[in-house]
Ligand binder design. Structure first.
Ligand SMILES: [Zn+2]
Ligand SMILES: [Zn+2]
Length: 441
């Protein structure tokens, strides 16, 4: 019997992090995933050849990252005047315009955090393979716990794929003004983006924790219980069930993260606070120019909506539609949807699970599409870096860019701090309480 099977045999129960239902995990075979019978959230994935595939994709990803920053990314020329930029130049130029916050945001979400994520992933999967081989964890468990926590905390902030779409949109925008050349790093970056997305999809939180620290059984909790039974505290980091806290603050008995007992009011207050901050930033983000264009000595600012109208009038309506969706429709609908969800979160209704599932789907969709609003910020960053031909034609960032970035960041923080278990307010033990649904991926 392999170590993985032994470990999985020991799994007894975990609580679904989205609806709070306590469920039993069945024996999964490779390529299967287990999803919650009540809310359909994927709780565990067991991928084929986990160690080999993750290491192969991770190493390929790092090579592509190095190639992405080593050569010219793209070039731009008008009437014989032109320039060539590397990926790192985009951040440098933003810094030149005293937009350090934007430069840092760009570097973090596109290069630094993905690199840290891939390195941590390689380190942890290498050690997981060693644990499987030796049968016990031989390096410092505290370090492994710490690194696992960092890995899962940075995951939502990787925006390589969003940046790539931003690059493609800027290319179409600039191609109307000048001749564009694509450097070797551009192609490396395309492959790097694909590999980062693939790596994120391969890493499974429940499975990875289980390789190092098997789940522990606690007394007094049954399959079919939930957060409404107040007999356990589920860890948000590793899914371990913990006994109810006696002290005010407690640490998870498996991963040692801070435990957050189910406190509906507390989670809602944080979610509302972040949402209000994002609404406040949304006003200057729309009133001030996103960027200034200097053409033959004349400077002109363009706001988000102004940019969309200009693109439409120029005939680039496909890009106008993308920018309209990413910069106006997504943030506005995300803010409105979150207001609706937070407002209705604690309202009971007759057909609870139907309503809860509908709200849950809306919440998941909002979380998923929110980060795509960063497209416009990345478009501005690329345009500022590429179009710098002094008085002939140059683009500089406007004050709205950073405000808009804050809108995206704070709506993401708001959705993250909201506890979706607030949608599930009725105990329905008779209907659920079976094993996870295991589905072939
Ligand atoms: Zn669930
Ligand atoms: Zn934990």
């Amino acid at each position: 019997m392999t170590m993985t099977t032994q470990v999985l045999d020991k799994i007894l129960m975990l609580a679904c992090e989205e609806c709070g239902l306590v469920i039993k995990i069945p024996e999964l075979s490779c390529g299967q995933k287990g999803s919650c019978p009540r809310c359909d959230h994927t709780v565990i994935k067991k991928i084929r050849l986990p160690y080999h595939r993750v290491v192969a994709y991770g190493i390929a990803c790092l090579i592509m990252l190095i190639l992405s920053v080593s050569f010219p990314f793209m070039s731009f020329s008008v009437n014989g005047m032109g320039q060539e930029i590397t990926l790192l130049n985009t951040a440098e130029t933003l810094q030149h315009f005293e937009k350090s916050a934007l430069a840092i945001l760009l570097m973090l979400t596109v290069l630094i955090l993905p690199a840290v994520y891939i390195l941590l992933m390689l380190y942890l999967y290498y050690h997981a393979a060693k644990v499987k081989h030796l049968g016990h964890i031989n390096n410092r468990p505290k370090t492994v716990k710490h690194l696992c926590r960092v890995l899962f905390k940075i995951q939502p902030w990787l925006m390589v794929d969003v940046f790539l779409i931003g690059v493609l949109i800027s290319l179409v925008k600039i191609s109307a003004l000048a001749d564009i050349g694509l450097g070797n790093s551009f192609w490396a970056f395309c492959i790097y983006s694909f590999l980062v997305v693939k790596c994120v999809a391969l890493v499974d939180r429940t499975w990875l924790w289980q390789q190092f620290f098997p789940m522990q059984q606690i007394k007094g909790v049954d399959v079919g219980d939930s957060h409404l039974d107040h007999n356990h505290v589920a860890c948000h980091m590793c899914n371990q069930l913990n006994p109810m806290l006696t002290a005010k603050h407690g640490k998870c008995l498996r991963c040692e993260s801070d435990l957050h007992p189910y406190k509906p009011q507390y989670s809602l207050q944080y979610a509302w606070a972040y949402l209000l901050v994002s609404i406040v930033f949304y006003i200057p983000a729309n009133l001030y120019p996103m960027m200034y264009t200097v053409s033959l000595g004349e400077s002109e600012g363009s706001t988000i909506i102004g940019g969309v109208i200009l693109l439409w009038e120029m005939g680039s309506w496909p890009i106008a539609i993308v920018i309209l969706i990413a910069s106006i429709l997504i943030p506005v609908s995300k803010i409105l949807t979150l207001i609706y969800l937070y407002y209705s979160a604690r309202k009971r209704s007759n057909d609870c699970s139907y309503i809860a599932i509908k709200r849950m789907r809306l919440y998941r969709m909002t979380e998923f599409i929110g980060r795509w609003s960063m497209i416009d910020i990345f478009v501005v960053a690329i345009l500022v870096a590429v179009v710098q031909l002094q008085n002939l034609m140059s683009i500089s960032p406007g004050p709205a860019a950073i405000c808009f970035a804050f809108v995206v960041i704070f709506t993401m923080l708001s959705a993250m701090s909201f506890d979706p278990r607030l949608f599930w307010l009725v105990k329905d033990k008779s209907k659920y309480g079976s094993e996870l649904n295991s589905i072939q991926q």
